[in-house]
Design a protein around this ligand. Structure first.
Ligand code: ZN
Length: 396
């Protein structure tokens, strides 16, 4: 099919948001689900594709690379460099499945792009459900020292593949929100700085342009739930280093969507972002600067707790006091599953904060058969008057 025809099709594809949602339904890798994604989960899928082991982790686990496509635009993407950040790994496999669908859209993309994907850079951290690798090192602070085998492998892949674009794929916590009437930051992006001054050069503009295109698509689907991440410069971060080495680099942060603690909804929006970014690159050779539109994307702010309880009466030393307090989930790996344990995270000082769920006690009294006042780090199971709150949530 000619390029022109594809672009017409593509435009239809792009403007039809239902198509994106249908596309995800069709290409979702159903065997990946929830937050605990390890080598054991992805290895059966990897067998379907041209895969290569490029080296091993601290604990000797394989680090896989998938390379495919014959096009001139080269994209290097890596996921789960933070072991407990698995949402983008799920989305990446959905994306890979779509790219191998033999449809005219996928074939056209593979004619124009070459992908080099490291879908689990930190398999030890994935297994342990930790951010860091097995040596307790944050790989995203190791871009200069290259002290860890995983960091060396990423850098080696970067040097050999010579990408035109890099995608640095992460998850962010539920604490981030965007906007004045705040909504969760379901997806956030950053075109990292390449110097202390946070200057904008041609390389960074290229990254910003792709972000603007992905943002435009996502805004149709999740208005005001896309954020722009803080761009303070740190050359120890991989994105900052690659941008500094003149390769446009984009940080993706998969965040919270209401009640979606398994991040299955967010996964869909990361998939859509990946596709819309590639479609944008496929049709835009013209260098224009979208810096203004990039800066219009609301900045991420730390403004959320998972639960906020308002107007709670506390009886303390025979004094009555009305307080607000908040609970936050801790993610705990238990028997090969991540469970969410709500603990008290803040008492009062909640002026600029919101809860993903807010419960107004309307002056009812807090009791917990122990101290009868909330204590930081204590489990969020208690009574508000006659209402029982179990693991943060009002139980009916
Ligand atoms: Zn991360």
């Amino acid at each position: 099919m000619s390029k022109v025809n594809f672009l017409k099709e593509d435009l239809k594809f792009k403007t039809n948001q239902m198509n994106y949602l249908a596309l995800h339904l069709e290409y979702k890798e159903e065997i990946l689900f929830g937050r605990y994604i390890t080598l054991k989960h992805i290895e059966p899928l990897l067998l379907k594709y041209p895969v290569e082991v490029i080296g091993v982790s601290v604990l000797g686990k394989p680090i896989y690379k998938l390379q495919f496509g014959t096009g001139k635009i080269k994209i290097l993407a890596w996921s789960q460099m933070h072991g407990n950040e698995s949402t983008t790994t799920k989305a990446l496999f959905d994306f890979i499945k779509f790219l191998h669908s033999n449809t005219k859209e996928s074939k056209d993309i593979l004619d124009n792009f070459t992908f080099c994907l490291l879908p689990m850079l930190n398999p030890d951290g994935a297994k342990l459900y930790t951010r860091e690798n097995a040596n307790g090192i944050d790989l995203n602070r190791d871009a200069q020292h290259l002290s860890q085998p995983e960091s060396v492998l990423l850098r080696k892949t970067f040097d050999e593949f010579k990408p035109n674009y890099c995608y640095n794929l992460h998850d962010q916590r539920t604490i981030f929100g965007v906007g004045e009437v705040p909504k969760p930051a379901t997806v956030s992006f950053l075109a990292p700085a390449f110097n202390e001054n946070r200057d904008v050069n041609e390389v960074r503009i290229k990254a910003m342009n792709v972000i603007v295109a992905m943002n435009e698509t996502l805004q149709l689907l999740i208005p005001n739930q896309v954020g722009r991440f803080d761009d303070s410069f740190n050359l120890n971060c991989v994105g900052d280093t690659f941008q500094y080495l003149n390769v446009p680099t984009i940080l993706f942060e998969a965040g919270h969507f209401a009640e979606d603690y398994e991040r299955e909804i967010t996964r869909k929006y990361i998939f859509i972002a990946l596709i819309s970014g590639v479609l944008f690159l496929n049709e835009n050779d013209i260098v224009l600067s979208e810096i203004d539109n990039y800066l219009k994307i609301s900045q991420n702010k730390v403004i959320f707790y998972d639960y906020v309880y308002k107007n709670v009466n506390i009886n303390y030393d025979s004094n009555k006091k009305i307080i607000n307090f908040a609970a936050q989930f801790k993610e705990i790996l238990d028997n090969n599953k991540v469970t969410f344990e709500a603990v008290i995270a803040q008492i009062d000082n909640l002026e600029n904060y919101f809860g993903h769920v807010e419960i107004d006690a309307q002056g009812e009294t807090y009791t917990d058969n122990k101290n009868n006042f909330p204590i930081i780090d204590q489990k969020a199971t208690f009574y508000l008057g006659k209402n029982i709150i179990v693991n943060g949530k009002q139980s009916s």
